[in-house]
Design a protein around this ligand. Sequence first.
Ligand code: GLC
Length: 422
Amino acid sequence: MSSSRLERMREAVGSLYDRNRQRGTAEWCDREYDFVCPSMGTYPFQWFWDSCFHAVALSHLDPERARAEVRSLLANAQPDGFVAHVTFWQRERYEDMLATYSIAYRTPYLSDCIQPPVLAEAVQAAARGEGGAAFLADVLPAARRYFDWLDRVRDPDRDGLIAILQPDESGLDHAPKYDAYLGISVLAPEQFTAAWERVAGPYAEVGRDPARMFGLDLFVVEDVLVNTIYAENERVLADLLDGAGDPRGADEMRRRARRTATALVDKCYDREAGLFFDLAGAEEEMLRTNSISSLMPLVLPELPGPLAASLIAHLEDPREYAAPFPVPSVAMSAPSFSAGPVGKLVWRGPAWMNTNWYLCRGLRRHGRADLAAAIEDRSARLVEEHGFREYYDPLTGAGAGAHDFSWTGIVVDMLARREGEA
Ligand code: GLC
């Protein structure tokens, strides 16, 4: 790979992040903000896991902006530790867009949901280089409180796996793995809205108290993608705490990371399929859809060799995941797979850059740098040929969904890693 390819990508991501930058002062909390929104056309606010990916990409362009991104994300962390999945910094400016969102609010400016906890990775990336220590000292306490909140509030059965209370919390909004559990029989947006209302109403009646929402058992999923990212970030947070001179905090985080990883292997791996599946409801019923989530535990360094080999075999199978433009978000052999967009429904087959980014890391950890390099190369080609789109058709490479979609810029981290820069 030539470094001019990385240079060109760096420039392209830099100009994308200038176009999607949101800066100002919010009167509602009397704070300044500076972040990259996912897309000016559809998502002008600050989304949690998007922002974490943006911070990773920004760490290659402008460390100060990476730190501003994380600071803006944590600026409205709540006293209990919670961090909203959307911060509506400039709500008034985009009021019309809000009418189309199905979202629960903690305040008019903060959603009352979570997203996959990529936070420790974002903090780690933003802390690289000069000035990193001061930044860490500033943000680590809030990051630690967030992970304590997840452990205390989102793992009611204390098995080490956190649970989500509605599909959007996984970041995989309309993924087909939830269809049957949600009672979706036709792919109509109204069915998804109705499914949302079936939980949103009763949740509001119990005052959105997490313990009581879990008690209702309407949508409780121990999601494999969410928990793989949780384990990874508990481990990264442990390293950060170590570096900050808190060995006890680090030990505790490492213990939790091991517990999460062990629970994933013990409870979510289906030997017959050779895949991981989410657990739904108090009965922890497996949701057996072969999707990108099923492969995510490849990221776990401690994943036993035979399990890693099984996931890699699925990834290399041309009937399932070895598409011309990898990696499809649903196995191509699954009945629910769709290569192109399904109206406004997302995560039903097209390839996304953030899951490619994680899978490549997992492949390297399990001895398949060759396959990682091939996926990274294809990922970069998608962007070079079709621009920064929200997702891509795995058969043709055609881009779809939002234009100028920011987390697709994470591709700059993939190329930089291959050059041994990061
Ligand atoms: C879509 C995605 C979600 C993302 C959001 C903003 O809802 O499914 O993961 O955070 O858009 O980009």
